[in-house]
Design a protein around this ligand. Sequence first.
Ligand code: FAD
Length: 808
Amino acid sequence: MKSHVRVAVIGGGVVGCSVLFHLAKAGWTDIALIERLELTSGSSWHAAGGFHTLNGDPNVAKLQSYTVQLYKEIEEISGQSCGLHITGGMMLAGTPERMDFLKLAHAKGRYLGMETEIIDAAEAKRRLPLLDERHFLGAMYDPLEGHLDPSGTTHAYAKAARSFGAEIYRQTRVVELNTRPDGGWDVVTDKGTIRADHVVNAGGLWAREVGRMVGIELPVLAMEHHYIVTEDMPEVVEANAATGKELIHVIDFEGEVYLRQEGKGILLGCYERHGVPWAPDSTSWDFGPELLAEDLDRIGPSLEVSFKHFPAMAKAGIKRVVNGPFTFTPDGNPLVGPVRGLKNYWAACGVMAGFSQGGGVGLALANWMIEGDPGFDVWGMDVSRYGDWATPAYTNAKVRENYSRRFRIRFPNEELPAARPLRTVPIHGGLEAENAVFGASYGLEYPLWFALKGTPAEETVTYRRSNAFPVVAAECRAVRAGVGLMETSSYGRYEVAGPEAEAFLESLLANRLPALGRLALAPMLNAKGKLIGDFTVGRIAPDRFFIVGSGPAEAYHLRWFERQRGGRNLTIRPMTADLAGLAIAGPKARELLARLVRDDLSTAAFPFLSIRRMAVGMVPALVSRISFTGEQGYELWCAPDSQRALYQTIRDAGCDLGLVLFGSHTLLSLRLEKGFGIWAREYRPIYGPEEAQLKRFVRLDKGEFVGREAAKAERGEGGERRLVPFEVDARDADAFGDEPIWHGGQVVGWVTSGGYGHTVGKSLALGYVPKGLAAAASGFEIEIIGERRDARILAAPPYDPSGSRMRG
Ligand SMILES: Cc1cc2nc3c(=O)[nH]c(=O)nc-3n(C[C@H](O)[C@H](O)[C@H](O)COP(=O)(O)OP(=O)(O)OC[C@H]3O[C@@H](n4cnc5c(N)ncnc54)[C@H](O)[C@@H]3O)c2cc1C
């Protein structure tokens, strides 16, 4: 065992071995993996070994597709077989909604270059003779599905890593992690201490414990999971003889089971509704490569459905039952990346589908460690998408929900109920009394829309327009004609202050900082010139800045701020607990606010993009003149203990102006009419500012800032794509994001946001197309639930393109 390594990867499951392989392949030397027993001693050894590329997040799907394509390479490098069976696979739909879901997944796959196919039930039967087609409407076929040998694959990664010089220390348990003054770690094991510059938590079933060694609580929890393996089945043998092939993989959403051929029988696994967490508080170090007690009653209902859907299964004898634990996160995606607040401590855990995702996780993490950037859009699996609010009890409720819904449809407008409400704003009860329909973002409840009095505060879940449609239309009309009030505490907010605050922010943000009392819109770029944030920055004192950005990206942004600050003399403070927000918008917004403040609100005295402290009624508030609706708008930030008073004051004063409450559904419609983008939809780390049409906020002439050189190069060559607004000839369903954009019979781009523009009476979408096509107004189609609808690029935002309404 070495006394000093550059990286210590803790955990020899498929994920740790993949991280080690990718680091070694990229040329990092002095790297070691530490495994408490033998490789695969966690959840990896008893996995069913299935792999597929489908994922709700297209960027994660892309990494899954990379994983599947990597297996041949590691077999060649290591000489170790992964036991690959690329059989292809089908996802079966038994309901029209599920068929819609598959059409959407298929459409998403198109722009990722995935070759899936939608087939009818008769064709599904032809491809898998075992199924009874009367239960199905059709299926999506994916040629890139199959199964492998979990142990062989893990060892193939390990051997390939060794061939590049990496070391593996087996039978060695990490018992403590201590920070060193030089920024590295003392990795204390039961065989002695190793000094490591970086540590990677790939602890799988023990990831929580390896997190607790450094004082963090990672939101991961293991669930028990069953699969059965049948005796040999004559039907399988016959089907093999008839087709000359192994049976293909199947996911049967209605039965909530997956199945595949194993020998001459079938392996069938269940995601039952009432899943059971395993080791909910902590995982014993004594747990070895063991299986859990089987509980066939628990999976009985799933088995019964599968006996109907695949009648031969009802007659088959069961040879083996496997019940084993593996970890989930609250949203089912992995936890990857640097952990905020800890130097050189990296997460690679919570990987629920190690054999679909392990390769992508290893590649992204290795890139991140080596180049400071994952090289892909890994927002969907970034460890920073959770904050301290994701406690073990939250994780427990969400993971159980996630497990039980693994094969259920998630509608685009569906808000899942578990672990809610968790974080609420002070006026939550007031909003509830107004019939708000809530969503949750970063654990916080926020209003989506306000159902009519006397009707249930519920949105029907659908791929098409929901019951919210006419109500949101009315909210939009009221804001455009009068004034609306919105709760905005779901936005992220920070204060950066101190003698070096200005110099720091100048180096961090791409725009010039505003003068005292003014606001500026400022993108934040990484070193590759890609967008990692878009903020409104206000200077509230010469050396004090108030910054507003995306709420769900709070930990993501704080992690970046803290890494970039160096030793500068300043403070960076998240203001989430210190300030609550409200916004008013509409042509009567100024008239309303003027009734409550002594300040002169005229455009001359308090123009667009101003910020100032004011007393609003009795409440001291920080008021910004800013608009995300395209109307006159003000954001008001106050101490949480005064939010109720501020809310009531505004409501009382706005009564005779027709003040309405509105939520984020309305904001989506209004922002689409203005062509305004948001973080995680239009702005993500795969786009440059030129591509995202944010060029005017990037001041190449202002001096050094992170990403300047890359942004300069992008400006020179123009990037590859352009964000453009579309008008879509939709019917009863609008785009909502991730739909493919067609031109000339080819998929050329994708939608980032979509919805209905109630003021302009058009279905609208924002999306990226190749820059050469951005000037081609017509000839586009956007695929909405399997139908290609005509779409046109709009030369300007459809509502108030000059911006005179919000500036005036
Ligand atoms: C029944 C079942 C069926 C499954 N089917 C599939 C499937 O079909 N397809 C699929 O993709 N996935 C499947 N999975 C999930 C898959 O097994 C996991 O996604 C995968 O194993 C996760 O790998 P890992 O490396 O993150 O964790 P693990 O395999 O748990 O590895 C973690 C390793 O870290 C070691 N370790 C932890 N702490 C320390 C320490 N302090 N010091 C040293 N070593 C330490 C452990 O000993 C362990 O070997 C299944 C799981 C189960 C249980």
